[in-house]
Design a protein around this ligand. Structure first.
Ligand SMILES: [Fe+2]
Length: 315
């Protein structure tokens, strides 16, 4: 713990996550403070920083937690290669029908990059333009999800692996669905992906692994992109994966972050799931995200197929 910032729970009843206030960005070079922030991140999984502004602080804060991925620049505004743009525009953005409601850039529960072999360590999101309502980011703690999993399921999933397949159409999601979703409008780059889904190899990740720093078990299932259990692609395996995914999305504590300008939210992508509630179709939502590099070393492509990481759109 450090006395250079204040730490509070995100909610009194929430066993993961922390809200950090009073952090002076000028102190981000201090080794003790950097260590304290990293320890807190590993302990809590999600850190909400309040009252921090600007691109330089966004980048400096992100570098406390690791090396940043260089993104190809998609838009002039996100000129910095370490910043990725996450933006819904009313005239052209990704539009999804969610239980009969139109939402801009709604995303189901997932881990970033679970559809490739190397999963990034985490990221920090920062809002630039916020809609007047909705637009929240949700988080579920997979350590908590394992802890609350019934013992009979813990025994059944021991040693099993989950197969993932890249497909951005949430209507195709097989496990842990929370809504009936269908794509109404997609961007040309998403359309290009969807037209050649066979180009993307299936990958395999363990269903449970231990957090390296603490030994705590993580229920390592991303409901979006999961297509089955390795060696059990049958009714029994599908029923088991459905039960585990339903436990994660229906029986876990959910933290839904209500964004305000000046927030920066860091998550541990190896340990928490996230989702996006989407925004009203006629309003803009514009976020910038850093991506912290890493590889937990447990993912692999099926049949050791080659993978071209530059070919994916990250969600
Ligand atoms: Fe994501």
């Amino acid at each position: 713990m450090s006395d250079a910032f204040d730490t509070q729970p995100l909610r009194d009843d929430l066993p993961f996550g922390a809200r950090i206030t009073g952090l002076d960005p000028a102190l981000l070079g201090d080794g003790g403070i950097r260590r304290a922030l990293r320890d807190l991140w590993i302990d809590k999984g999600v850190l909400v920083f309040e009252g921090l502004e600007g691109e330089e602080v966004h980048l400096e804060l992100s570098r406390v937690f690791g090396t940043l991925v260089q993104h190809p620049t998609r838009e002039a505004r996100a000129a910095h290669p370490e910043l990725m743009t996450v933006r819904y525009k009313p005239d052209s953005g990704w539009l999804i029908d969610v239980d009969g409601d139109l939402r801009g850039t709604w995303l189901p529960w997932h881990s970033d990059l679970i559809y490739v072999d190397r999963i990034n360590r985490g990221g920090i999101l920062r809002p630039i333009v916020l809609p007047s309502r909705m637009g929240q980011t949700g988080f579920i703690d997979k350590i908590g999800a394992y802890r609350t999993l019934p013992d009979r399921l813990k025994a059944r999933i021991d040693g099993l692996n989950v197969i993932y397949k890249y497909d951005l159409d949430a209507a195709q999601q097989r496990f842990g669905r929370t809504a009936n979703a269908s794509m109404v409008r997609i961007s040309p780059d998403v359309a290009s992906i969807q037209a050649r889904l066979d180009d993307f190899p299936r990958v395999i990740h363990p269903m449970v692994y231990e957090q390296h720093e603490t030994g705590r078990k993580v229920l390592n299932v991303s409901p979006w992109f999961a297509v089955g259990i390795q060696g059990m692609e049958n009714a029994e395996g599908d029923a088991l994966l459905a039960e585990v995914a339903d436990h994660i999305v229906n029986s876990s504590e959910i933290y839904l972050h209500e964004w305000r300008l000046g927030d920066m939210v860091l998550w541990d992508n190896w340990r928490v799931l996230h989702s996006a509630t989407g925004c009203p179709p006629d309003e803009e939502r514009w976020m910038l995200r850093t991506t912290i590099e890493g590889d937990y070393g447990l993912g692999r492509t099926e049949a050791d197929a080659a993978i071209d990481r530059t070919d994916y759109i990250t969600v």
